[in-house]
Every structure is written in C-alpha cells, then in structure tokens.
Design a protein around this ligand. Sequence first.
Ligand SMILES: *Cc1c(COP(=O)(O)O)cnc(C)c1O
Length: 450
Amino acid sequence: MKETKIILSEKEMPKQWYNITADMPNMPKPPLHPGTRQPVGPDDLSAIFPMALIEQEVSQQRWIDIPEDVLEIYSLWRPSPLYRAHRLEKALGTPARIYYKYEGVSPAGSHKPNTSIPQAFYNKKAGIKRIATETGAGQWGSSMALAGNLFGMDVTVYMVRVSYDQKPYRRITMETWGATVHPSPSKVTQTGTKALEADPDNPGSLGLAISEAVEDAATHDDTNYSLGSVLNHVCHHQTVIGLEAKKQFEIAGDYPDIIIGCCGGGSNLAGVSFPFLQDKINGKDLRVIAAEPASCPTLTKGEFRYDFGDVAGLTPFLMMYTLGHDFIPPGIHAGGLRYHADAPLVCQLYKDGLIEAQAYHQMSVFEAAMQFARTEAIIPAPETAHAIRGAIDEALKCKEEGKEKTILFNLSGHGYLDLQAYSDYMEGKLSDYEYPEEKIREALSKLPVL
Ligand SMILES: *Cc1c(COP(=O)(O)O)cnc(C)c1O
C-alpha cells in the first residue's frame, strides 16, 4: 500500500528553533523608533515584551533551544503529520508529487499556537500575569487564549466589533479557554472610549484593536502585549513546521522542488520554508512561493520601505514590502491575509530573490479549496486555500510540461469555523475584487520618507 501520512514520534520533535538571520545573505534593516527614528533598543520594547523574546528578536544565533515546558505542550498535537495528496494528484492527472504539512491538528486549528505557547511561557517566566492582545476574526485570539489557559495566565482579547458580532464561535472558543473578550472599540481603554464617543456604532478595525491592547499592556505593570505574526521571534517559533517536514521528507526519500505557503504576515510561510531555505542559501535548487490575495498584494505590488507595523502607527517603523499602513483591503473571506505588509525577514528574503510571490483572486482560491475538500477531505481555512491554489497551479504546470516535481505546501489551518465563507461561495455570493491600485497609491503617498 502506498503511504499517505508520514508521522514522526514525539521523540523526533525538534528541540531547537531555527533562526534564519544566521544564514541570510543580507540582514534586514533594523526597526526604527517612531519618534527618534533611530534603531529601537531593548529598553524601547521592554514595556510590552519580556526580555527573552526581545533577545530572540535581535538574536543572530542559528539555533534557539525550545524550553522543556514548551515541548511538553507542543506534544499535545506535535509532531504534525505530513500528508501525500494522492487523491488530489490523481484528480489533477499530474506527474507531480504533492505533499502538505497539516497544522490544523492544533487545538486552535491553525499554526498560531506554535508561537502563542512559547510567548506565554516566556511572559510567565518574567513574572507577567496577563497578556493583552487583539484579534480580527479570532484565530490569534483563540491561540493566545489556549496558551494562557495552559500556563495559568489571564488573557484579555480586543476583538474587532464586526467579527465579535458576526462570528461568535471563535469568541466562544476563547471564553471556553478562560479569556476575557471585549468587542473593540471598548470602554476599557482610553482609545476605545474616545472612538465610541465619536461614533457609538463604530464597527472597529484591527488597528483600533491593536491600539487598545497596546494601551492596556503599557498601562499595567503585570500585563504584556503579544503579536501573532510579522516579528522575527514569531518566525523563529514557526520553524518547527519546516524542521519536522525535513525529517518527514527524509523518511519519504524525497525532497521538495517547490514550497508554498499562504502569506498574511508571513509566519506560516516562514515556518514551513526557512529550514529548507537554509539549504537553498547553501546551494540547493529549490523554489519558495508566497501565495497572497490579489486584493491585498503586499509582496507583488507593495513598496520596500519603512512603515508602521500597525494601522494606528504605534509600533516601530519596520522595513517591509507595504501597501501603506492605512490601506484597508477589501473584505475578502481570508481575513488572516489582509495585513498591509509582511514580516521583515520574509521581505528581505523576497528582495534578495530567495522567495517568490504570486497573487490569487478570491474565486479561483475557493475553487481550489473546494477541489481540495472533495479529494483530500479536509476543509481548509480560506487563508490556506491560497497556498492550495498555488500548489494546484504548479502541479498543472508539471502536467503540461511532463515534469515530475515534488511540491510541498503548508496547510496552515482548517476551515471548520469559516463555513460561512463556503456557504457564500456555494450560493454564488462571492466575487473577485479589482486590484485596488488607486487606494494603494494613496496609502503609500502618505508614508514618511525615511
Ligand atoms: C493567521 C493565519 C494565516 C496568516 O498569517 P501568517 O502570519 O501569514 O501565517 C494563515 N493561515 C491561517 C490558518 C491563519 O490562521
């Protein structure tokens, strides 16, 4: 019988995270303080992050030990399986071999707990009692709620008001794990109170929710802030995905020619690809593709320059491909991919030609999601479906060219809490959005020149 799942034992779980800055041909430019416009130092960050994470943020040490307590919690769902997509390959009639790493097996249903768990751990160790964070549709908030629960910490989540009202299931998930969830804008913070005074029906935005969470953390000594993507330490934590995949490919006697990850802030793409990119930097022939939405085309249409990490302009300036921090992308269902920029590490690697990018329209993404659900059976998150579109397109190219390539994509999460999106697709209510060139130009024109 041909093998479908390649499974590692818990003993084979990676004991260290990989830090790609040790091997990058060019280091990303440093984050700049929004006031002084000088590189930020550890002291600038210590009001909202624990020192261990700040050290990882600036570290150039190739390997970072994963603490024993983190490994123990990882073992609740890790190592995650690597699947060979036999049924999808057959449906496509492709000579390509398609593999996917399934991160939907985590309790929160995505890759995000790979970083929320260590983030909670380091904060707890630093004496922090509570984490304040924001969430859009709820993927990050639920991953942080899970981590807080497992380490006995309080978690306060500011959830964008429209999602709070329209998508109750992730809120209920967070509450089940003991988190306190406020619709944002809330009356808990000054930022939220002001926004509500101006407009009591304010639907909220991710930028506003970030501002509330940062204010909460900065004004309480026992509270820190936590971010689910973009930062270097988040990318390092996610490399457990690619490190496991490497061992699984060894067992399969194969090696990927093409690696694809969907790209919102860049963390799951970083996670699946960075350990393989180490080989590419050392001469291996291999392509890495970031799959992004055509309606929020950060890498393919953005500019490489300093911009704020958040919509409100509270964070340091980061060197990224950006559409402008106040660009508001159209309301596609892949909410996790609507970030205006990408992780500085991913951006630098893209700039240096080590990563490629491809933008996909919503309808073709859902077509791919449906084909995947009807062959491989897992219903993927709409975000993940961008990577699936990419994998299917590459597999069809192999068919045309008669080439037997090995394709790996990261199945970053399942879509069982996103079924409304599937319903809308099946009822013909979804459409493609034009590439919002005018709005992007407008948002970029407002950026400071640094
Ligand atoms: C949050 C999320 C993403 C996007 O974030 P990245 O940092 O780009 O990985 C992708 N897929 C799923 C399932 C998510 O929850």
